[in-house]
Design a protein around this ligand. Structure first.
Ligand code: ARG
Length: 425
């Protein structure tokens, strides 16, 4: 350890949530997953300066004056994982009518806890696709300021959807409550206006819904929501501000509508058909298929308050989505890993990776979906999802070889984000 760290500690401690390290850190381990090639590399040596990777080599660690050395003997390192579909402000034991008891303020505080849990599970970047009252913007900013531990967040703010739709609206209460969700927007101009409002309050992307959903009351998973005209207006508006669009879509028609409108990612994509597959390949859109969560919904969902009609819908969706995951992957559609954590417990995000392997991916492809591909879909290629010069030093470690056994990623023992160590077991 460089002695200056201790001298700094008294003045800088309040600002630095994790162990303070020297400006230069040399990290070594037994092995590294080269995510691009899908291969294991022995004896990696990663040099980091001010949280940015400056060199990746193998063999002996260089002697650098004043550097700190971290030796992860016996461990395999890989880029910090990325989950493209989370709801950090949601709790998995509060569904259906139970969720009505939670204010947006309380949900944001829950998000503080969930952000830490997610980071400790090895997810150094997440895309948060839906939160009330811009609680996700506040969380993102507090994490970036170093006030609370958590993953780097890209956030959507309140999703934009139709009256009575899966996004935004609240169909739980009878008409006399006149309960309408935040950002309900009908018509192309209303949709544009909602995009502008979200941008004004600091979102990184736009989330919309082009079909009904499983967990919303009174919506049909197969039924489209929004016309192509509305979706096109929303997407054009978002893109004109440099914001990507994620569209929730289960039914095949709504998937096609979203792809025709030019969205960047399709969430769930459960009933994707040949036309949807063709359009996704043509446009280069990514699918983010949450194929683990069905196990939680059908196993523990009822106790958590999930409505009987939602359990019924899940029985229609779950297995078909898994079959179509295989089909779309075989057809060469680009895939990212998105889990819908928040519907199920935060921190269990990585459980989906083994299902992605079970339903057709190699382990290397599943790792890529949660690193390289996710980074590309976020517009952050080269910055996250890779251990390479110029990337942020977002590095996790596991015991064992994730390419031989993907489930090793469920137990991450070391977490570094932008050069700061948040977990070291
Ligand atoms: N948030 C999604 C919805 O309500 C969850 C879908 C979960 N089911 C699934 N098989 N992926 O529609």
């Amino acid at each position: 350890m460089k002695p200056v760290c201790l001298a700094l500690a008294s003045t800088a401690l309040a600002l630095v949530p994790a162990a303070a390290l020297a400006d230069t850190v040399v990290l070594t381990a037994d092995a590294m997953v080269d995510v691009e090639r899908g291969e294991i590399v022995a004896d990696p040596v990663v040099t980091i300066i001010d949280g940015i990777i400056t060199d990746v080599a193998t063999g002996e660690a260089p002697q650098i004056d004043g550097a700190d050395y971290i030796d992860l003997a016996g461990k395999t390192i890989l880029p910090g994982l990325i989950d493209m579909h989370v709801h950090l402000t949601s709790d998995s034991d509060l569904h259906g009518y139970k969720r009505l008891s939670v204010s947006d303020e309380a949900a944001t505080i829950t998000g503080v806890v969930n952000a830490k849990t997610t980071l400790m599970a090895g997810f150094t970047t997440v895309r948060n696709v839906g939160a009330g009252s811009f609680g996700d913007v506040a969380l993102r900013d507090a994490i970036n300021e170093g006030d609370i531990p958590g993953p780097r967040m890209l956030v959507s703010g309140p999703p934009i959807g139709i009256t009575g739709g899966h996004c935004s609206d609240n169909n739980l209460l009878p008409p006399e409550y006149e309960a309408s969700g935040e950002n309900v927007a009908d018509g192309p101009w209303a949709a544009r206006s909602a995009v502008r409002k979200n941008r004004k309050y600091g979102v990184d992307l736009i989330k919309t819904c082009s079909t009904g959903g499983v967990l919303s009351k009174g919506t049909k998973v197969g039924a489209p929501q929004y016309t192509v005209e509305e979706l096109t207006a929303l997407t054009e508006e978002a893109h004109s501000h440099g914001l990507k669009v994620a569209s929730h879509a289960h039914g095949s028609e709504g998937i096609v509508n979203a792809l025709k409108a030019g969205v960047d990612t399709v969430e769930h994509a459960s009933f994707i058909d040949d036309e949807g597959i063709r359009l996704a390949k043509e446009s280069g859109a990514y699918l983010s298929m949450d194929i683990y969560v069905t196990e939680f919904i059908l196993g523990e969902g009822e106790a958590a308050g999930i409505l009987p009609e939602s359990l019924e819908k899940e029985r229609l969706v779950g297995q078909t989505q898994r079959d179509n995951f295989r089909k779309a992957h075989d057809a060469g559609v680009k895939m990212v890993m998105g889990t819908d954590a928040g519907v199920y417990p935060h921190g269990d995000n990585a459980r989906q990776l083994s299902r992605m392997v079970q339903f057709g991916m190699t382990s290397a492809e599943a790792v890529r979906a949660a690193t390289l591909n996710a980074a590309d879909a976020l517009g952050l290629s080269g910055t996250v999802g890779i251990i390479a010069p110029q990337a942020s030093a977002d590095i996790v470690a596991v015991d064992g070889n994730p390419l031989a056994d993907i489930s090793t990623l469920e137990t991450v023992t070391f977490v570094m984000k932008r050069g700061e160590v948040f977990k070291s077991e």
